[in-house]
Ligand binder design. Structure first.
Ligand SMILES: [Zn+2]
Length: 54
């Protein structure tokens, strides 16, 4: 695997990673849910999408 691919994959994972505000656990959300509020798979709390500054 080339370094370029690795950096792209890591960047994608970082972008999809969300920390639950309630239980503080990290989880990866599907790319399709990137702009949506998701439920924490550990405690069921709602995790809002990250606000991307413009
Ligand atoms: Zn949680």
């Amino acid at each position: 695997m080339s370094a370029y691919i690795v950096s792209v994959v890591l960047g994608t994972i970082r972008g999809l990673k969300r920390t639950c505000p309630k239980c503080r656990k990290d989880q990866i959300v599907p790319a399709s849910k990137k702009q949506e509020t998701v439920l924490c798979k550990f405690c069921g709390a709602k995790i809002p999408p990250k606000q991307t500054p413009r």
